[in-house]
Design a protein around this ligand. Structure first.
Ligand SMILES: C[S@@+](CC[C@H](N)C(=O)[O-])C[C@H]1O[C@@H](n2cnc3c(N)ncnc32)[C@H](O)[C@@H]1O
Length: 308
């Protein structure tokens, strides 16, 4: 069994990706209490801890003797639509702190493998340069991969940068060719507007004002795919995700449908009473499980379940 430590765990995208793999999750760290509530709701047996990774100690990271560290650090410093302050953004500090620890750790405390996910804009950032320097200096072999769920047959765009690093051998990662696309209706609930009365429906006023700027999908269109759902979905009207034609009106996607498009497993859910906007926020920050499973094939020992 590979012992894994999930850093910036959020609602547990990595935990979901490896749940059928040869992996034992020894701990998961995040500073957001509501994200941890969702994590614990779905993985009650995992050790999910509230930890500020800008201040975490080397001891706390290494005491669980993980073979693999998974990192999904904040993406705002590198987002196309953000200010792209890169290493000058205070939200980059937690990653820098972890790199400083990696640079100082004795050889026998370093994890054998490390993997990281971020937005595609990370590829050209100073943070990536710093990350690569730190890891090559410590003897890691590296593999960088840009993957989008659409390459894996999922009707949802979410291009992301992945890095696989190992002190041993790695498999080359490639998106499989010629996959039959999954149709969009398979991800949709029949009447999610009943669970969220009124809140999913887009008002006439919004449609009149922003109609042309909204990406409204016809669920019967076999080529329909969603754009990336961000953590601002439901709050920002434009550029935060797609909308759906629905019996004469237009509605938003529910958080459960977005989780399904990310390939969270059946049974994934949110704690009772969590506000709709909070769910959108948390799921918009999460991972494409199917893309993470594909990139993890870089590590010969993990081999999570792959698409049939
Ligand atoms: C891009 S999201 C990763 C989400 C996660 N992969 C998931 O599946 O939900 C970044 C996460 O980093 C967390 N975070 C940001 N700064 C942090 C810090 N200083 N210490 C711990 N967690 C932090 C946020 O709360 C958020 O959950």
């Amino acid at each position: 069994m590979v012992r894994a430590l999930e850093l910036f765990c959020g609602i547990g995208g990595f935990a979901a990706a490896v749940r059928d793999g040869n992996v034992r999750l020894v701990a998961a760290f995040d500073q957001n209490q509501e994200a941890l509530d969702v994590y614990r709701h779905n993985c009650p047996h995992h050790e999910a801890r509230r930890v500020d990774l800008e201040r975490v100690s080397a001891w706390e990271l290494t005491t669980c003797a993980a073979d693999l560290w998974w990192l999904s650090p904040p993406c705002q410093p590198y987002c196309e639509r953000g200010r792209q302050r890169d290493l000058d953004d205070p939200r980059a500090r937690s990653l820098l702190h972890l790199l400083e620890i990696i640079e100082r750790l004795p050889e026998n405390r370093l994890p054998h493998c490390l993997a990281l996910e971020n937005v595609a804009g990370f590829k050209t950032s100073g943070a990536r340069k710093r990350l690569l320097e730190a890891l090559t200096t410590r003897g890691y072999h590296l593999q960088e991969i840009l993957l989008c769920p659409t390459q894996l047959g999922v009707p949802s765009r979410r291009p992301r940068y992945y890095l696989a690093a190992s002190r041993g051998a790695m498999n080359p990662v490639r998106a499989p060719m010629g996959l039959k696309p999954y149709p969009l209706p398979g991800y949709l609930d029949f009447s999610p507007t009943e669970e969220y009365p009124e809140c999913l429906l887009v008002s006439e006023e919004i449609l009149t004002r922003f109609g042309k700027g909204l990406r409204i999908l016809d669920p019967d269109d076999p080529l329909a795919y969603t754009t990336c759902f961000t953590s601002g979905y439901g709050r920002s009207i434009i550029n935060a995700g797609s909308y759906l034609q629905c019996r004469g009106s237009v509605r938003r996607f529910s958080p459960e449908e977005i989780a399904r498009l990310l390939h969270f497993p059946a049974g994934f859910g949110f704690p009772e009473g969590m506000a709709l906007r909070k769910k959108w926020h948390l799921v918009g920050n999460s991972l494409s499980i199917i893309a993470v499973q594909t990139m993890l094939t870089a590590f010969p020992d993990i081999l999570p379940g792959q698409r049939q």
